[in-house]
Design a protein around this ligand. Structure first.
Ligand SMILES: Nc1ncnc2c1ncn2[C@@H]1O[C@H](COP(=O)(O)OP(=O)(O)OP(=O)(O)O)[C@@H](O)[C@H]1O
Ligand SMILES: [Mg+2]
Length: 342
C-alpha cells in the first residue's frame, strides 16, 4: 500500500484485503477465546464505539424481517474488558435473540450510564453499589420460564434441537462478564420476550495517552538476520518487510537448515528470528543449539500461541523476546530493532 501511494486506484482494493485479513484474525481470536485457549487481553473499551463498529456484523446475524435498534447513551465512559470477548458477548446474545424469534420481531441493544446507589443496591441485591455502563439486549421472542432461566448459564444447557445449540453461549458470556467484574441478569416471561442486562463497572481512570512508541518513525538497520519459519508465505513476507530497511535476511524453512546456515555463515549473525512450533527441532531447541556456536546471537520468537501459553507449556527461554502472530509490519520492525539494541 505504501509503495502505491495515497491516491493510487488500487489502494481501495488493498484496504479491503487488509480489512478482510484483520477480520479473519479477529474471528480466529474469538474462536480461540471460545475454546478458552486465549487469555483475556483487557483494555479500556467504549461500548458505544464498539457497537457502532460492529452493528453491521450484528445486524447480519438477524433474519431480514427482524427489526434491529441501537440506542447508545453511554457515550464516553469506558469499561475494562477484552474487546474481542465483548464482541463475543454481543454476538451470543444476538444469536440467542434470533433463535428465539423464528417468526420475526425486534431486537434492541441499549447502553446507558447507571449509578447504583445504596437504595438501588437494596432493590437489586445482585448489583453492588457503584458506577456502571449498563448494556441491555432485549428481544420480542418466545421468552423463558423460570425453570429454564435457572439453568441458562450452565455449560451445555440448551433447549435447542441436538446439533443446533451447544449450550456454551451464555456460559461463555457469564465467564466474560465475571472476568470484567460485571454482573448479568435476565428478565423473561414465556411469550413476552427476554431482556438481558449486563452491568460493567465503569473505568474512570485517566484515558491512556497514545503510545509515543507508535509515533516514532520505523528504524531499520544493516544487520544480518537468520529467519526460520516452516510457513513459506510468512517467511517470504517477513523477508520482504525487513530487507527494504537495510537488513540482510537469510531465510530457512526448517531448523536443520537454519542450524547449518548459522554454522556456515561467514559474517556476524546478531539476530535469529524463529517460529516456536516447527516440525523437527522446535524454535527454543534451535535457539539453544545456535547459542552453543554463536553465543552473541539474540533471539526473537514468533508464534501464533500467546507468550503466556508458551510459558505455560514450559518452553525454555520464555524471558527471551516474543512476537505474537499475526504481526503487522510496524510490530515486526519495532521488535527487531528493540531486540537488536537490547
Ligand atoms: N433470548 C432468549 N430467548 C429465549 N430463550 C433463550 C434466550 N437466550 C437463551 N435462551 C435459552 O437459554 C439456553 C442456553 O443458551 P446458550 O446461549 O447458553 O446456549 P444455546 O443458544 O442453546 O447454544 P449455543 O449458544 O452454544 O449455540 C437456550 O437453549 C435457550 O433455551
Ligand atoms: Mg446461544
Amino acid at each position: 500500500m505504501e509503495e502505491l501511494g495515497v491516491g493510487h486506484p488500487q489502494r481501495g482494493a488493498l484496504e479491503q484485503i487488509l480489512a478482510a485479513g484483520d477480520r479473519g484474525r479477529d474471528l480466529v481470536r474469538q474462536l480461540m477465546a471460545f475454546a478458552r485457549q486465549q487469555p483475556a487481553d483487557p483494555k479500556e473499551v467504549k461500548l458505544d464505539d464498539l457497537l457502532l463498529a460492529r452493528q453491521g456484523l450484528l445486524r447480519k446475524l438477524l433474519r431480514p424481517g427482524v427489526q434491529f435498534d441501537l440506542v447508545l447513551e453511554a457515550k464516553a465512559p469506558a469499561v475494562l474488558a477484552d474487546p474481542v470477548q465483548l464482541e463475543q458477548v454481543l454476538m451470543n446474545l444476538v444469536i440467542n435473540a434470533r433463535d428465539a424469534m423464528p417468526n420475526g420481531g425486534k431486537v434492541s441493544i441499549e447502553t446507558a450510564n447507571v449509578d447504583v446507589d445504596d437504595f438501588h443496591a437494596q432493590q437489586h441485591p445482585k448489583v453492588a453499589r457503584g458506577r456502571y455502563v449498563l448494556l441491555t439486549v432485549t428481544d420480542t421472542g418466545t421468552g423463558m420460564d423460570l425453570e429454564t432461566q435457572s439453568h441458562i448459564y450452565e455449560p451445555f444447557f440448551s433447549t435447542k434441537a441436538p446439533g443446533s445449540g451447544t449450550g456454551l453461549g451464555l456460559s461463555t458470556v457469564f465467564g466474560i462478564v465475571k472476568d470484567s467484574g460485571g454482573t448479568i441478569g435476565v428478565y423473561s416471561e414465556p411469550g413476552h420476550g427476554t431482556t438481558f442486562r449486563i452491568y460493567f463497572p465503569r473505568c474512570d481512570k485517566a484515558p491512556v495517552v497514545p503510545q509515543p512508541d507508535k509515533a516514532r518513525p520505523l528504524r531499520g538497520g544493516t544487520e544480518t538476520i537468520l529467519l526460520v519459519d516452516d510457513c513459506k508465505p510468512l517467511r517470504m513476507l517477513t523477508k520482504m518487510l525487513l530487507e527494504p530497511l537495510g537488513y540482510t535476511v537469510l531465510s530457512c524453512g526448517d531448523s536443520g537448515e537454519a542450524f547449518r546456515v548459522a554454522g556456515e555463515h561467514s559474517g556476524t549473525l546478531p539476530l535469529l528470528i524463529t517460529d516456536v512450533v516447527m516440525p523437527g527441532l522446535s524454535g527454543p531447541m534451535l535457539a539453544d543449539k545456535v547459542a552453543s556456536i554463536r553465543p552473541d546471537t539474540k533471539v526473537l520468537f514468533t508464534s501464533g500461541y500467546t507468550a503466556d501459553e508458551f510459558a505455560r507449556n514450559g518452553a525454555p527461554g520464555t524471558e527471551r523476546a516474543f512476537l505474537t502472530k499475526p504481526f503487522s509490519r510496524d510490530d515486526l520492525v519495532r521488535k527487531v530493532r528493540e531486540v537488536l539494541d537490547s
